[in-house]
Write a protein that binds this ligand. Structure first.
Ligand code: SF4
Length: 218
């Protein structure tokens, strides 16, 4: 009995140290990457948008690229799309502080056009760095561009939704981008089913309470 108590105590600082280390590493990555000028989008951006949330999140939410409001504020998923994303997450009991939210590319493409292949190629190392530090278990991919890019396919949304897809060491789920839901409210039911499926998987593989580690905004 005494041994198990000691084990439990020894585990606490270990978990806390990991969270602090992830926060420090993420801060360092943020500092380095915000100076990036590897592609043409550096010339037109107002703000670099690193992403924000829990540095030890077990769920990483990935969209396509910053829009006008993200570019203006330097924060991911703000404005109407962001508010809808917050509602979608809350519907399955996640707050922003539980998860990490970012995009495939960190600077806004002019007129919100899709990111070009060479821009994605230049920017992916920053996202891969975030994934290496945060070590999520699950990735929620928002929209076709994010899903096709990460999963390296050209499949339709219909072919990717409704199931778990393994990519590297991550369990990925695909649903609609909130901006698409604002244009097509009829898709909200499908999104609800997608995030419920993702939440059930999260509850199966992530020990309860682990998502409420130290949270930080970048
Ligand atoms: S989009 Fe990415 S690769 Fe291009 S300048 Fe911004 S951070 Fe660098």
């Amino acid at each position: 009995m005494q041994g198990s108590l000691f084990d439990a105590e020894e585990n606490k600082p270990h978990v806390a140290t990991e969270a602090v280390s992830a926060a420090d590493d993420l801060a360092a990555l943020s500092e380095t990457s915000r100076e990036c000028r590897k592609c043409r989008l550096a010339d037109t951006r107002r703000n670099f948008v690193f992403g924000e949330g829990n540095p030890s999140a077990k769920l990483f939410v990935i969209g396509e690229a910053p829009g006008a409001e993200e570019d203006a504020t330097g924060r991911p998923f703000v404005g109407r799309s962001g508010q809808l994303l917050d509602k979608i997450l809350l519907a399955v009991n996640f707050e922003r502080r539980d998860v990490f939210i970012g995009n495939i590319i960190k600077c806004r493409p002019p007129e919100n056009r899709n990111p070009l292949e060479d821009e994605i190629e230049c920017c992916m190392p920053w996202l891969l760095g975030q994934l290496r530090i945060i070590k999520p278990k699950i990735i929620l991919l928002l929209g076709k561009v994010a899903a096709n890019t990460i999963l390296d396919n050209r499949l339709s949304m219909g072919a990717m939704r409704g199931k778990m897809i393994r990519w590297k060491e991550f369990d990925c789920f695909v649903t609609y981008h909130p901006a698409a839901l604002l244009r097509n409210p009829g898709w909200k039911r499908g999104c609800w089913e997608d995030v419920q499926l993702m939440r059930r998987h999260y509850d199966n593989i992530v020990p309860a309470g682990i998502s409420h580690d130290k949270s930080t905004d970048r």
